[in-house]
Design a protein around this ligand. Sequence first.
Ligand code: ATP
Ligand code: MG
Length: 323
Amino acid sequence: MSHLLEVKDLKKHFPLKRSWLGASTGRVHAVDGVSFHVERGETLSLVGESGCGKSTVGRSILRLFDLTEGEVRLDGERIDNLSPRQLRPVRQKLQVVFQDPFASLNPRLTVREALAEPISNFESGVTSEAMQSRVDKLLDLVRLPRDAGRRYPHEFSGGQRQRICIARALASKPKLVICDEAVSALDVSVKAQIVNLLQDLQDELGLALLFISHDLGIVEHMTHRVAVMYLGRIVEQGTAQRIFAAPKHPYTQALLSAAPGNAKAGKRIVLKGDVPSPVTPPQGCHFHTRCPYAFDRCRVEAPRLENQGDGHLAACHLQALPV
Ligand SMILES: Nc1ncnc2c1ncn2[C@@H]1O[C@H](COP(=O)(O)OP(=O)(O)OP(=O)(O)O)[C@@H](O)[C@H]1O
Ligand SMILES: [Mg+2]
């Protein structure tokens, strides 16, 4: 059977705005050849520093814009080349929860109306009684009281609003939900509640999650697998257990060593310099300009994601990293 989601050699380059002199000034290599898959009922977390291309991967899958290159398959079917009309049934299977629940909800709709909208968009002939019970069930699923349906988004806290967004995403009975920094704006305790809710929903509904986050701490205990991005590419991928216990790539090692509250982190690894511009990414390995172990080959040849054992993938020319 095919993977639920399969992304192959995805590239998304944005043209830079023309300067006032009218000269074109290059392209932003936001995503530069990314491949991964998500299984049914699985959580894959996409992590990395701000600007590394995580949201662009999510938005490409959702086809919020056309891809520069690559293929995206959902349930075995190619979805990257579909017309807007052909995409409609795909959107039913594929939903998204964004960071800002206030911006995602129409302030003029009651919660009940907001939850009914996607149901009537995707299904025709739903009677008002059936709609009532569907909306009640959605509120139950996200642990909100049923009378919440009569109220408006501004009457809720940030965490409750995010529950409403999750319920809205679940209304079309999707197979995959992309959570793009879905808990990043919430207080620590609320963050944990929403993460727990997502895990419960995954168990109850067999849902798959693509969890996009720059917060490694939140990811560690809730994800099955992790893909680490750096400057538009995946540099390491594996089970959460392997990535957090024994990261192979120097970038992942540095990222984990700097993660707040990471008790396992030994000495903090401080990387030299800044992340290079995605307009002119370095030749060879994108990370070589900051890598403490870089050697000649890294400057000319981009390393491929190679299996390091047990499906743990790392894109690094160093076969055995110094401990
Ligand atoms: N519509 C766009 N036009 C031009 N450049 C863009 C566009 N969207 C994103 N970019 C650029 O692409 C790169 C990747 O952006 P992206 O939003 O995917 O990063 P991210 O990993 O999600 O970051 P963050 O953690 O801050 O959300 C950045 O350099 C960004 O400025
Ligand atoms: Mg983002």
